[in-house]
Design a protein around this ligand. Structure first.
Ligand code: FES
Length: 124
């Protein structure tokens, strides 16, 4: 896959998050991902909780907890580090979200690939 434009950086507040559904081949489910900004850093993850594979957001584009301190899974409340995707509390402690490579060019966020940066980190 070649790099894909996601949105303008200005469309993602700091702190904040935004979800995306990328079309794939006919008959395939869209590829779901999200980006998060916090403390001037940008990260991207596949929208799939390591606990059950469920999507994480509470509401459209809302992946962070109430205090914008962690990524929080809406289903069972797992908390993930915003910058590493590591689960810090909840039913999948030590597991990781699948990180994706993104970059910012000319004020826009680009997804480099839908392949995870670190496939299935060792856990626990
Ligand atoms: S599905 Fe995310 S914590 Fe259970």
């Amino acid at each position: 896959m070649s790099a894909r434009l996601l949105c303008a950086l200005a469309e993602v507040p700091d702190p904040g998050s935004r979800g995306f559904e990328l079309a794939r081949g006919e008959g395939e489910l869209p590829f779901s991902l999200f980006v998060v900004r916090k403390d001037g850093k940008l990260s991207a993850y596949r929208n799939s909780c390591p606990h059950t594979g469920a999507p994480l957001e509470w509401l459209p584009h809302q992946f962070l907890d109430r205090d914008n301190g962690f990524i929080e899974c809406a289903l069972h409340g797992a908390l993930f580090d915003v910058h590493t995707g590591r689960c810090l509390r909840g039913p999948c402690v030590g597991d990781h979200l699948q990180a994706l490579a993104v970059s910012v060019r000319e004020g826009n966020i680009w997804l480099a690939s839908t392949e995870p940066l670190v496939p299935d980190c060792p856990t626990r």
